[in-house]
Design a protein around this ligand. Structure first.
Ligand SMILES: [Zn+2]
Length: 265
């Protein structure tokens, strides 16, 4: 494995191996006519809470894509949930090592309407069949000094995630300097604390000039979070942060689902 995980081909090969071994069902969703398909994996208990996890939205943020693969390979995703996994939502950007897709689009601003990019259109169309209890999107931030997250849905899954990372000694971004560089959200438009930003989804969408994956799914999902790892940190550390954060959010969701069962026994 290289310092950035591996090539897109290697990533695809590993996901196909999980399908062939019976760990999950892998589909390849048609996307741009001449471009690569999008991988879409499903696993877990279909009657459990539906969880969507996406990675690779920005091609220069590879840690989430490899962390998601390793979570599936190591059977670290609790099978009480029903998962839809998007291993890499911007394959052409991943291959080029660029934030944007080969068409020069920031895919994570194209989730409005039916989708303003082939990738977003394919994801939105596929996800339409499910009301997700939890959505996670795995990113990286070149200005961050530690892990942080955006959280929508009014719960406090993010705090549980931060606590899990702290317990393992991972750095948490205080969201002071990073936050100033992060974009149009300012202190008047969101609540922020160490490692966690809580914003109003509609207001943020207006500010960034397009819907991100998380903002789009937050309209129907109960909880939606975006995780950010610091890209200047060591590769193993960044992957380990996502591998810690994802199960922590899922554990919190399952605790809550146990308290409020959605169906009769
Ligand atoms: Zn990103």
């Amino acid at each position: 494995m290289t310092a950035t995980g591996g090539t897109y081909r290697e990533l695809v090969k590993r996901w196909r191996r999980l399908h062939d071994g019976g760990t999950l069902t892998l589909r390849e969703i048609p996307c741009a006519p001449s471009g690569p398909t999008l991988l879409c994996a499903e696993m877990g208990d279909p009657s459990g809470p539906a969880v969507a996890i996406a990675a690779g939205m920005h091609g220069d943020e590879p840690a989430g894509a490899w962390a998601l693969l390793q979570l599936a390979e190591s059977h670290a995703l609790d099978l009480q949930c029903s998962y839809r996994l998007w291993p890499c939502t911007n394959p052409t950007g991943y291959e080029a090592g660029t934030r944007e897709s080969i068409e020069g689009l920031d895919v994570n601003r194209t989730f409005g309407g039916a989708g303003g990019s082939p990738e977003a259109a394919a994801v939105l169309e596929t996800n339409r069949d499910t009301a997700f209890a939890l959505s996670l999107d795995l990113h990286e931030d070149c200005d961050a000094t530690g892990f942080y997250c955006y959280e929508y849905g009014g719960a406090q899954l993010g705090r549980r995630v931060i606590a899990a990372l702290e317990a393992r000694g991972f750095p948490i971004d205080p969201l002071e300097i990073t936050f100033g560089l992060a974009g149009p959200l300012d202190g008047a438009r969101c609540r922020r604390e160490r490692g966690r930003i809580v914003a109003d989804a509609l207001e943020e969408a207006a500010l960034i000039g397009g819907l991100s994956y998380t903002l789009a799914i937050a309209r129907s999902a109960r909880y939606a979070l975006t995780f950010e790892t610091p890209s200047p940190a060591a590769w193993r550390l960044r992957v380990a942060m996502h591998r810690t954060a994802v199960p922590a959010a899922i554990a919190r969701l399952l605790e809550e689902s146990a308290k409020t069962p959605s169906k009769a026994p």
